[in-house]
Unconditional design. Structure first.
Length: 119
């Protein structure tokens, strides 16, 4: 079991903060995903013509539950990162607007001084 999954199991109220879903929603999602995964594998197995007995091959390193948690954490981090970038861009635009106003003001004053000197 992954550390995040273990933490969620021990602290169900933290689920929303970590992955963006309530604990009950996560449990329902996992239940539905496991059922769909089982049905998909059963369908694939029914279509196979086997020469060698089933059960061979590489076993998955992550369970369906761990795959779901990993995906949700990843998507949550991407969304948070994009949100931070958006906020940084908004702040940068505001700063740029303030700098432009200051430059316009200063350039206006410089032009006045130049006009006074040469007139």
């Amino acid at each position: 079991m992954s550390d995040i999954l273990k933490h969620i199991e021990e602290n169900p109220k933290e689920t929303r903060r970590l992955i963006g879903l309530e604990y009950e929603q996560l449990q329902q999602l996992i239940k539905n995903a496991e059922q769909l995964n089982y049905e998909k594998q059963a369908l694939q197995e029914s279509k196979k013509i086997r020469i060698i007995a089933g059960g061979g091959g590489r076993k998955p390193k992550l369970s369906v539950t761990e795959q779901i948690i990993l995906t949700l954490v990843y998507l949550r981090q991407i969304r948070v990162a994009v949100g931070k970038v958006s906020r940084i861009e908004a702040i940068a635009q505001k700063l740029q607007a303030k700098i432009d106003l200051k430059l316009d003001y200063v350039s206006g004053q410089v032009n006045e001084i130049i006009n006074q000197i040469f007139t």
